[in-house]
Structures are given as structure tokens and as C-alpha cells.
Design a protein around this ligand. Structure first.
Ligand code: A3P
Length: 345
């Protein structure tokens, strides 16, 4: 009887002991994970310290990666969000387009900067009437968590070509910074066509050749009614934006250069956004298999863009491309790139 009681007691102690050790381990892990987040949030900010561009929490990139990972996955408790003073902020800068200009690459590369937090998805708030009707709070709630000193950036390339968008963005924030990334217009149009073609092929649908769509068969001139062509007439769209925003609020990124030599383009954007220069060559490495620059957060984390970026373009008639380039050249060069030029000098 006594022996039985001893065994029962020993079992109980064993269970209690494991529970205690388990709880201890959990506590250590949890405090450890909070500690890891702690250094990246300056104490002053928790008490609503004055905002100063030079005081961005310039933590190491691996910390940022860890932070975003935790909060995105919804692992954050309300207390964590509160403790770290995290907020969902309206964007201070928007990549408004141009579709297939390299908008995703630009957003991902800017997100390497510790003071930048990207909205991962395209929100389509200003170009979609249904979303817009949901109101600005709906839009804000779509934004990622960030520290008050960080800036949120979103990209929705359809903004650039949608009639109502400039006015709507102006109503939200008339001093917002606007980023436009452009590529040589014919290449951009073909890239646009290639994306649509891929969708059609996936649905087993037949589709016209690019030259058939891009050239009006009656006039043998460039068909500006074809959407892929129309989008590439950058100045036509930009005119609408300039009715609401002064040129100083725009920065035009050279999308062709972002492919071959991304760092100088990113440094210009850092300057435009009044951010201290933090993206370096270390963060960008050329991946020969992909044929593009990829992103390096630290010794462990790196990533290339998805395979849908960098598609092989179908062959198009060289003469046609030359014609289009010549026609476009005028409007491409007419893009007011004053702000870019001054920054480069
Ligand atoms: P292609 O697929 O025609 O090559 P967007 O993100 O606006 O849709 O633009 C897609 C384009 O981004 C791609 O067009 C690709 O050329 C370009 N791009 C620029 N930098 C890139 C990078 N580092 N990795 C992959 N694609 C990149």
C-alpha cells in the first residue's frame, strides 16, 4: 500500500516537474523573442518622441525580417502590438505604376530599407470603386504594422492609368510622394502583352500576335486603342496627375536601369524619400540562373522575385519594334524627369 502511494507520488512529482520545466522554457523563449524585438524600437518613440528623419529605428535587417515575419503571420498578440507601439499607417509614398515597369522589384528592394515597410498585396483602393466606397479606414487596416517612425509604401500599378485616382489620392494626402517606374515603352508593352498571353494560354484560349494587336490593320499605324500600347504612352497619363500634384512630388525610376544596376536607382529613391542611405550592394546580388538581381537580407535570408517576373517575351518583328520605339521615343523623352536629373547631378 505504502509502495503504491510512493509510486503515485513520484509520478505526480514527475508530471509537476515537467510542467514547471516546460513553463520555464516557454517563458525563456517568449522573453527571448521579445528581447530580440526590443532593441529595434527606440525608447523615445514609445513615449511619442518627436519625429525626426535622422531618428529612424535603423536596426539590422535580420531583425526587420523577424519582426515582419512574426506580425504578418498573425502570431502577434494585442499586447505585443501595444508593447511595441505598432500601428497601421496610411502610406507616405505610393508606387503608382507603371504596370510591368518593375513595380514589384522596386517595392521589394525598397523594403530592404529598415525605415520602410511594404504593403505586400496590391490594395487597389483608389482604382476600384467598390474598395474606395469602403472608406479610408478600410484602406488603413490593409496596411502592415509598423513603428510610427517608419514609412509604409504600397504599390498598385493600375493607379497610374485610372482616371479617378489622382483626385482620390490628393484628397487623402496632398503632399504624398509618388513613385513611377518606367521602362522603354515598347518593351513594357510587350511585357504587358506577354502577361495577358500567359493567362490566355493557361485557359487554353487562342490569342493574337502582339504585332496584330499593336498595329491598326486599316491605317498600318500604331494602335493606341490597344491597352498595352496606351499604358506605354506615359506622358498622356502623367498629364492627369500633374493637374493635382506638383512635379516635385514625383520621382521617376528608370526601370531598365533597375534591372541592370539597381543600387544607384534605389539610392535616388532613398534621397527622394528623405531616408538615410541604408541599402547597399551587400543587399543585392546577381543571380545568373534568374538573370536578375535578387535580395539579400542577411547571411541566411535571401530571395529572388517570383518566376512570373522576368518572363521570356515572344518574338516580335524587329521592324515593328523599331517603328514603335521611334514613335514612343518622343513621349518617353518628354516625361518631366527634372527631379531625377537634379538629384543625379
Ligand atoms: P518581364 O517579366 O517582362 O521581364 P512588374 O513588377 O511591374 O509587373 O514588372 C515586372 C518586370 O520587372 C519584369 O518584366 C522584369 O523585367 C522586371 N524586373 C526588374 N527587376 C527585376 C528583378 N530583380 N527580378 C525580376 N524581375 C525584375
Amino acid at each position: 500500500m505504502l509502495f503504491k502511494q510512493q509510486v503515485w507520488l513520484r509520478q505526480k512529482l514527475l508530471v509537476l516537474g515537467s510542467l514547471a520545466v516546460g513553463s520555464l522554457l516557454y517563458l525563456v523563449a517568449r522573453v527571448g523573442s521579445l528581447d530580440r524585438l526590443q532593441p529595434i524600437c527606440p525608447v523615445e518613440s514609445r513615449f511619442g518622441g518627436a519625429h525626426n528623419q535622422a531618428e529612424f529605428p535603423l536596426r539590422a535587417l535580420q531583425f526587420k525580417r523577424g519582426l515582419l515575419h512574426e506580425f504578418r503571420k498573425g502570431n502577434s498578440s494585442k499586447e505585443q502590438v501595444h508593447l511595441h507601439d505598432l500601428v497601421q499607417q496610411l502610406p507616405k509614398a505610393i508606387i503608382i505604376g507603371v504596370r510591368k515597369g518593375g513595380t514589384r522589384a522596386l517595392l521589394e528592394m525598397l523594403n530592404l530599407h529598415p525605415a520602410v515597410v511594404k504593403a505586400s498585396q496590391e490594395i487597389h483602393f483608389f482604382d476600384n470603386d467598390e474598395n474606395y466606397a469602403k472608406g479610408i479606414e478600410w484602406y488603413r487596416k490593409k496596411m502592415p504594422f509598423s513603428y510610427p517612425q517608419q514609412i509604409t509604401i504600397e504599390k498598385s500599378p493600375a493607379y497610374f492609368i485610372t482616371e479617378e485616382v489622382p483626385e482620390r489620392i490628393y484628397k487623402m494626402n496632398s503632399s504624398i510622394k509618388l513613385l513611377i517606374i518606367v521602362r522603354e515603352p515598347t518593351t513594357r508593352a510587350i511585357s504587358d502583352y506577354t502577361q495577358v498571353l500567359e493567362g490566355k494560354e493557361r485557359k487554353n484560349k487562342t490569342y493574337y500576335k502582339f504585332e496584330k494587336l499593336a498595329i491598326d490593320p486599316n491605317t498600318c499605324e500604331v494602335n493606341t486603342k490597344y491597352k498595352a500600347v496606351r499604358t506605354s504612352i506615359y506622358t498622356k497619363h502623367l498629364e492627369r496627375w500633374l493637374k493635382y500634384f506638383p512635379i516635385e512630388q514625383f520621382h521617376v525610376v528608370d526601370g531598365d536601369r533597375l534591372i541592370t544596376e539597381p543600387l544607384p536607382e534605389l539610392q535616388l529613391v532613398e534621397k527622394f524619400l528623405n531616408l538615410p542611405p541604408r541599402i547597399s550592394q551587400y543587399n543585392l546580388y546577381f543571380n545568373a540562373t534568374r538573370g536578375f538581381y535578387c535580395l539579400r537580407f542577411n547571411i541566411i535570408f535571401n530571395k529572388c522575385l517570383a518566376g512570373s517576373k522576368g518572363r521570356i517575351h515572344p518574338e516580335s518583328k524587329r521592324t515593328l519594334i523599331l517603328t514603335m520605339v521611334l514613335i514612343y521615343e518622343e513621349n518617353f523623352l518628354a516625361i518631366p524627369r527634372d527631379s531625377v536629373a537634379t538629384e543625379r547631378n
